[in-house]
Design a protein around this ligand. Sequence first.
Ligand code: WT7
Length: 638
Amino acid sequence: MALRITSLQEYHRLYEQSLRDPDAFWAEVASDFHWQQPWTKVSEGGFARADFRWFSGARLNISENCLDRHLKSFGSRTALIWEPNDPNEINRTFTYRQLYEEVCRCGSMLRQMGIGKGDTVCIYLPMIPELVISVLACARIGAVHSVVFGGFSSQSLADRIRDSQSKLLITADGYFRGNKPVYLKQMADEALEQCTSVKHVLVVNRSNFPIAIHAGRDSYWDQHMAKSSPVCEAESMDAEDPLFILYTSGSTGKPKGLLHTTAGYMVYTGFTFLNVFQYRENEVFWCTADVGWITGHSYVVYGPLLNAATVLIFEGVPQYPTWSRWWEIIDKYQVNILYTAPTAIRSFEAHGDHHLQQASLRTLRVLGSVGEPINEEAWHWYYEKIGKGNCPIVDTWWQTETGGIALSALAGVTPHKPAHVGWPLPGIVPVVMDENGNAVTDTQTEGSLCLARSWPGQARSIYGDHERFIQTYFSRFPGFYFTGDGCRRDAQGYYRITGRIDDVIKVSGHRLGTAELENAINQHPDVVESAVVTLPHPITGESIVAFVVSPDEVTDRNKLEKEVMDLVARTIGPIARPRQVFAVSGLPKTRSGKIMRRILRRLIQGERQDLGDSSTLLNPEIVDEIAKLLEHQPVRTD
Ligand code: WT7
C-alpha cells in the first residue's frame, strides 16, 4: 500500500520520523514500488562532494512501475486523455493497456534504430500523446531522455542537442498554438545543421505540413511504429542510472543540463504526487504544464502514472478559441485536480469573470499552483472563482533541481495560507540563511532558502560538469543545498517565497538567466554591451527590460529596439522576448567595471533620489542620461 498521509497529526508524526530516521522512512515509501532487486543501502554520500545516492544496489525500471505494474488491476482504466488545440478535432484516450502497448512499440522502434541503454534521445514535440509515449519508451530501454520545450528556438535546441550528445531526435512536422502554426521540423532542421551527434530524426506527422526529408536521416514515426514489435522487455536499470537530462537557466549564459537518476526520482515523484494532491482512485488530474518543463516530467508523466492516475494533457493555449476553453475542458472531462501557474490565473482574472459564466466546475476538488510566487489577490480569485470556496489550494514550491515538490500544503490535510507555500514535505529540511551562513530564526527577516539534507528526488549532477554542480549549489553555504530563492518563515512555520536572489528571472513562470538574455542581445551588430533587469508585472510576475549600448549614435531607436526584441525571441524563444528596450550611450558601472543593475532597476521603478551608494559609481552622468531618457520614453508597466 502506498504511504498516504491522511491527517494533520500523521503529517507531524511522519515528518518527525523522516528527520529522525530518514532511511527507514524512505524505505517504507519505496516498498510500494516494483523492484527487480532490492537496495542494499537507502542513502549514502553527502553535499561536500555532491555524491549523494539513493537506494544503492537496487535494480528496477521506472516504466514498469508506471505501466506493467498496473495492468492486472487497472489495464482498462484511462491513463491518458489528450485534448487537441482545435476543439473540433477528435480527442484521443489511452487505457493503461493501450499506453503500455504504445510505449512497448516505441521502445522496440528505438532499439531498432540502434538506441540502447545510456544513449541520449532528444525529444522536441508539441503536447501530443507521442511526447508521453517517447519519454516512457526511452525510460523503458534505458535511454536518457532530454526533452526540449517545443517553444524553444532552433538555437536553443541546437545547444541542448550538442551538450547532451543526443543520437536521435524525435520531433513533429509542426502544430498549431491557437491559430498560429509552429514549424517544428523546420526549426529542427536548422538546429541539426550545427549538430553532428544526431544520426536519425523521427518525425511525428501531426499536421500534414510539408517538410523537407533528409534521406538516410529522417523518417516518419508512423511507418516505424506500424512494423515495430509490441513486445519490448524493460531494461534492468541500476538505481542511480541516469533517467533524464533537463536543461534550465542559471546565472551564467549557458543553460545547465540537470541530471536525474532512476530510483530516487521515482520514489519521490510517486510519493509527492499522491500526498500533495491527495489523489483518489479514478480522479482526473490536469497539470497544464508542458512536458518540456520539470513540472511536466514529474506531474504530467511520472508522478501520476506511478499512481495509476488518469492524466489529461492539452495541446493548446488558454485563450483559444476563447478564454473559456479551460473551463470547458474541465467540465467535459470532469477534472478533479487542476495544477497550473499563477501567470495563467492572473490572465484569466484580467480577462473577466464572464468567461466563467457557462462553467460548472463542480468536479474540481483540489487546486494547485506552481512556478512563481502567487500574490494574495490571485490566490483569492483562484479559490473563490475556480474552487468555489471549497477546494484546498496547494501552492507547491520546487525546482528543476529538486525533482519534485519540496514545500507545500497537503491538500485538505495541512492548512493552506494565501501566498505561502506552507510546510516542508517529509524528508525536506529547510533553513533560512543569512548572508553569513547563520540560520535566521525570527519571522521578519528574509534569508536564502537552503535545504540541509538530501532527498531522493534531488538532481545528481549537471550533465558533463560535476564541478559546476558543486560550485553552483553546494559552495555558497557549505553543508547545504542553496536554492537561489529568498524566503521568510512565519510564526506557524509556513514558508513564503520572495523570489530569486541570483541572476535568474521568472517570466510567466518560465525560468531565464539574465546572462543568457544579454548574450543573445549582444549578438546584434549594433550592440556592444547590454544589461537586463526586470520590472514587476501584474500578469507575468516579472517583465524583461533591456538596456543596450550602441557604438554609434542611434538614429532609429524604434528599429533597434524591435530588432533586439526579435533577436532574443529568435535566439532563445518567444517566451524570452523583452517587454521594452532602451538604447543608451553607456551603463552605470562600478570603478572596477561591474554593471550596477541595481541602479537600473531603481531607475525603471521611477526612483530618482535614493540610488544607493554612488561613491562606487564610475559614471554618474550616465545615470542622469538614463533618468532623462525615461522621462521621454516612459517605462511600460502593463
Ligand atoms: C523556481 C524554479 C518547480 C516547477 C516549476 C519551476 C520558483 C517555483 C514556486 C512557488 C514561489 C516558486 C522559484 C524556484 N518557484 N515554485 N510555488 N512559489 N516561487 O521550476 O523552472 O526550475 O524554477 O521557480 O524561484 O527556484 P524551475
